[in-house]
Design a protein around this ligand. Structure first.
Ligand SMILES: [Zn+2]
Length: 241
């Protein structure tokens, strides 16, 4: 429902599929917190553990993955997110891993049976050349999630071995794409921006050097809110199968 108060997303079970630790909090942390307060059960799927996301030559990919998974688990706990699944593909290589990623996401969708899925807009970027919009993992994660949710999970002929194990086909009701340049669903996050900022700040390996996280993400929420006359918002492109 889109009105002057923005959209309210009502779903019993919600899955957020993100490329890297901190993507979920940055792109939909306020909405996640709001849905959980309204009674939704939210789970996370992390396609990578962000194991190449550092400029520090003294840290190994394995060490970084452990740190970032810990930060991600803490942020999820803080927001009230339930299950967190790490698929542990290499950071930067999701395009290479896409066939397996799609199969894994199909399995998780059939297991957890969410009504709503949040993920990256795999077609976005035309309006922005910011590096984060051009990151190949964001596109690959979004595309694999879209294919899994729209085509594979509901189709019994996709990965029939999963059905032989007892899983059933599953069709989601809606997908909410973040980082979209064509958003049509704006959620007012005035009451949860603070929780979102706290959760992002917990990703210290990525945001430890940023002096004003609250200001940065407050500006982002204000900018998105202005598109729809809301004080503070997160914005999504909605797709319904
Ligand atoms: Zn990312």
């Amino acid at each position: 429902m889109e009105g002057s108060r923005g959209s309210e997303i009502v779903a019993g079970r919600v899955m957020v599929i993100a490329a890297h630790p901190d993507d979920a909090e940055i792109q939909c942390g306020g909405t996640v917190a709001k849905m959980i307060r309204a009674g939704s059960a939210v789970s996370y799927v992390l396609c990578t553990s962000g194991n190449r996301g550092s400029d520090d030559p003294t840290v190994s990919a394995e060490q970084l993955a452990v740190v970032r998974e810990g930060e991600q688990r803490a942020a999820a706990r803080q927001l009230g997110v339930g299950r967190v699944t790490f698929l542990r593909h290499d950071d930067g290589d999701l395009e290479v891993a896409r066939p397996l990623l799609r199969e894994q996401l199909t399995r998780l969708l059939r297991e957890e049976r969410p009504e709503a899925v949040f993920t990256h807009d795999f077609l976005a970027g035309l309006a922005s050349y910011e590096v984060c919009y051009l990151h190949p993992d964001h596109r690959a994660a979004g595309a694999a999630a879209f294919e899994a949710a729209f085509f594979c999970a509901p189709g019994p002929l996709f990965y029939p071995e999963q059905l032989a194990e007892g899983l059933r086909p599953h069709r989601v009701e809606a997908m909410y794409l973040f980082m979209s340049d064509r958003p049509d669903c704006h959620v007012d996050i005035s009451v949860t921006l603070e929780a979102k900022v706290r959760a992002i700040a917990g990703h210290a390996s990525q945001w430890g050097g940023q002096p004003d996280i609250a200001g940065f993400f407050g500006d982002m929420a204000r900018r998105l809110g202005q598109e729809r006359g809301l004080p503070l918002a997160e914005a999504f492109k909605v797709l319904r199968p």
